[in-house]
Design a binder for this molecule. Sequence first.
Ligand code: IMP
Length: 426
Amino acid sequence: MGVTVIVGAQWGDEGKGKITHLLSPKFDAVVRYQGGSNAGHTVKTRGSTYKFHLLPSGILHEGKKCILAAGVVIDPTTLAREITELTESGYFKGELIISSDAHIVAPYHKLLDEMEEKRLGKSAIGTTGHGIGPAYSDKYLRIGIKAGDLLDHDILRRKVEYAVETKNSLLTALYSHEPLDAGEQFEMMVESGKHIVPFIKNTIPIIRDLLANGSELLLEGAQGTLLDIDYGTYPFVTSSHPVTAGACLGTGISPLKLNRVIAVSKAYATRVGNGSFPTEQRNDLGDRMREAGREYGTTTGRKRRCGWLDLVLLKYAILINGATDIALTKIDVLNEFDSINVCVGYMYKGERIDEVDLDDSILSKCKPIYEEFPGWKEEIGYMRSPDELPEKLMSFIGFVEGKLGIPASILSVGPDHDQTIFRNGI
Ligand code: IMP
């Protein structure tokens, strides 16, 4: 399978963790390419549930190389906790490698995230509060702290002092917060950093050698296309590039090396945080989806907003990502629905449109046009082959494939590892 990318095709929480975990035995290395502890993967296997924010889900596999690449932002406290928890339960089985070029989420980033969301009030983004925006901002302002800086305390101290000086002017003037003590911030970073220091390496030669010896690489994205800073529903987005191009940027792998891009989408849609969601069901249907799909955030515990599958947005995601396959997840959540709606276009300013500008000011004015499918009204969680799936479900899947122009090669019919159907040679 060469180099395969797993990318979220919606607003995150599509079930990428399960797909990555399932596919990782076929790969020599799993590389996470962007995002930070704002992400949350839940992996269910053989009756056990694992929740990760930073560790790639491949870490559960013996000896698997699991790389946190340069495009990731790392909160050492969260990562250290995940390493400790998994080690104690005996499941820290992979080989963790952290890029020295990955940026660090410092305690002051989390504080600034919280302060800015408070200041925005009703216009808040609804961030996870994990300091992601401020950490990426510092990277682009060229005042960020890299993982490699944790290896040299003189450099680290100098960089923290400089960053804290600029943060303090913001904290005191804009947020009326007391100034931070640079020495304390430095000590906190040394303390949390020491748990991850043994894993920090230059990943460029490691990835180069893996590619040179023909290893199979799985590049794992966090969040989803519609949360991409450039290609998402701006400004209600995250601060990184979940899209396929972000996999190349975040890992240093040339786009010419990519062989397969699997876009992961639920059979319906969810969104956490604020921003437009044209197919949202703020009614009993949405509540039923939330309960059946256990749609509560892994990272924040927030209720996820739920609605119908939106093929206008999904088609856009397929285009932006150059996706070769779809993994359709949580299909079983719709088992009990009498009918299933799929958005195939919008009414905008009195006219039907089939493509849309994702800017929130436009998307918020779009009214979905639905195609309705009869529900299959059958338990599908025990089915293991496409031939067993109800005809009504297969015609729904066929319709989605026809609209997207790519095959649904992975069908997830339940949360557990085994509840997955593979097609098209995956
Ligand atoms: P941030 O990434 O914490 O800055 O949050 C920005 C937006 O992205 C908010 O709407 C969050 O709810 C959303 N977001 C960030 N990470 C995830 C995720 O892993 N799943 C779903 N939404 C996310």
